[in-house]
Design a binder for this molecule. Structure first.
Ligand code: MLT
Length: 301
């Protein structure tokens, strides 16, 4: 009997694939495999029994990849399985950055006891007016093919930079997207910038003062990738000076939640039924195929 331990709730669409040769363990001790979403494994002691870790999601910065490799533990992720969920939230992020939807909703809530709210709203609404995204320039750092294509469909002029663009993604990219050779070209000309790169030592703090200084005044930044990609102190300064007019991020931390001009979501990118199911099915299939047949697909270490 193979034993699987779940560090986070994993959708039943995936869990139900385990047959009666598997049991779901109460602890990691003696587990053959671990399934998780965003829980951190960095401080955990990994048992000798552990053969595989399945991350139901794309980012693997919550898993100690090197020490797993040294111990022969294969780490899988589920690239693409939640990409549509994240794409849809990024598109919502573009709207949130462009029009004061959040401020408007807050105003209505605050004025909920006003019997003349319909009339008052007509006067108050000018405070929440914004811009349309059609015709604006969007820079996609680390293509983000689904986001780039969707934004292009919405009438944006889209620029993408990705030195690691796979052939598979390149063929899916709309021919309306302009590929640029480095991020500076995006910084210089885009009205909106969205970042889609993994959290690595080399990408940590890449959106910093040096980057902001090259950007257009009033640029809007979207971060649905990972918080450490942005230097928070430099972002606070850029928001205060107006260099950045809006920062929409999916990663709350004590610094960012206090920044005027930041719109912070509680890591909702992949929190849809569809994404959770897709990720769970893919992660469980990969774990089963490895434990039963030794096959490795989408290992990150
Ligand atoms: C991912 O890395 O796949 C997304 O951030 C969503 C998630 O962590 O579940």
């Amino acid at each position: 009997m193979k034993s699987v331990y779940c560090l986070n709730p994993i959708s039943n669409a995936g869990m139900s694939r385990f047959d009666d040769t598997y049991c779901i363990a109460d602890s990691i001790e003696n587990a053959d495999a671990v399934l998780l979403r965003s829980a951190s494994m960095h401080e955990m002691t990994l048992p000798y029994s552990l053969l595989a870790i399945g991350r139901a999601g794309a980012g693997v910065n919550n898993i100690p990849l090197d020490s797993c490799a040294k111990k022969g533990i294969v780490v899988f992720n589920t690239p693409g399985a939640n990409a549509n969920g994240v794409k849809e939230l990024v598109i919502a992020g573009l709207m949130l950055a462009s029009r004061d939807i959040a401020g408007g909703c807050h105003w209505v809530r605050e004025n909920k006891n006003d019997p003349n709210i319909a009339k008052t709203a007509e006067k108050a609404k000018k405070a929440f007016a914004g811009n349309e995204i059609k015709g604006k320039k969007l820079g996609v750092i680390g293509l983000g093919v689904l986001v780039a294509n969707a934004a292009s469909e919405l009438g944006m002029e889209v620029f993408g930079c990705d030195p690691y663009l796979s052939i598979q993604n390149a063929v899916r990219l709309s021919h309306h997207i302009t590929i640029v050779k480095d991020n500076d070209e995006i910084y210089n000309q885009c009205d909106y910038i969205t970042i889609h790169v993994p959290a690595l030592d080399s990408t940590k703090g890449m959106l910093n003062k040096r980057a902001f200084d090259q950007m257009k005044d009033g640029v809007k930044i979207l971060n649905f990738a990972r918080d450490i990609l942005v230097n928070d102190a430099d972002m606070a300064d850029a928001l205060a000076s107006g260099k950045v007019s809006r920062y929409v991020t999916d990663f709350p931390n004590p610094a960012v939640v206090n920044m005027p001009g930041a719109l912070v979501l509680p890591h909702l990118g992949a929190s849809t039924d569809e994404s959770e199911e897709n990720c769970a099915v893919m992660a469980v299939n990969q774990i089963m195929d490895y434990l039963e047949n030794g096959n490795i697909e989408n290992s990150v270490n």
